[in-house]
Design a protein around this ligand. Sequence first.
Ligand code: ZN
Ligand code: MN
Length: 253
Amino acid sequence: MKIITCWDEYRRRIVEEDAVVLLPVGAMEQHGYHLPLGTDWLMASYMARRAAENIGGIVAAPVVYGYRSQPRTGGGPHRCGTTNLDGGTLIALVRDVLREIARHGARKIAVIDGHFENRFYLDEACHLAMRDLRAEGTGGVRILKMLYAERIRPETLERVYAGRDFPGLDLEHGGVLETAMMLYCHPGLVDMSRIADEPAPAFPPYDLFPPEPGWVPASGCLSSGKGATAEMGRLLVEEFVQLVTEALRSEFR
Ligand code: ZN
Ligand code: MN
């Protein structure tokens, strides 16, 4: 499967065949010593590609930068390489890209998010793009937006965690879930010899500005990915691929 194609092929697929265009959005964000900075956009792109294969869709080039990493969900801005966009920048960028995809002729667009903090900024980008399209008289466009890991079945969590405590999705930054998924999808980009084993942080129920570096464990991970395996990753990834595929099938017949 090609990621984006030549222009006439692209035009044929979206104009004549009414194919869904999937836009992966991620982040450049530290994920500890053992995972790459691009983890979130790599995983969003992977999910988009697999779902596109299932429905005959097209994957657009990913938005690799994302909204500001938050200390309590992503480790914050303090590790080198975390490259944050302001909320307004992300909204403007994604709004423009969505409007362009619609101008090309696509009527079915899906935004696949791989970075929790992007959430409301992507909502806003979708709202404003729809407003732009209405104002210029472009009808019939629908956008589906989805965090690919929006839901995990309890049975899957139980199998992945097998007796250990699930720290909660907030603390899964650089932890077992992301490590396992990357081991399954991009094994060559994971260095299990460098995985940290620090206790999960006890965050207070508020944020500080400027963010407090001492809140986040030294590695930047919010829980340890120790014990993660590619097999756990397979369970998670295949479930998420299914979840995204079903969402697209039910909304874009
Ligand atoms: Zn991540
Ligand atoms: Mn993230």
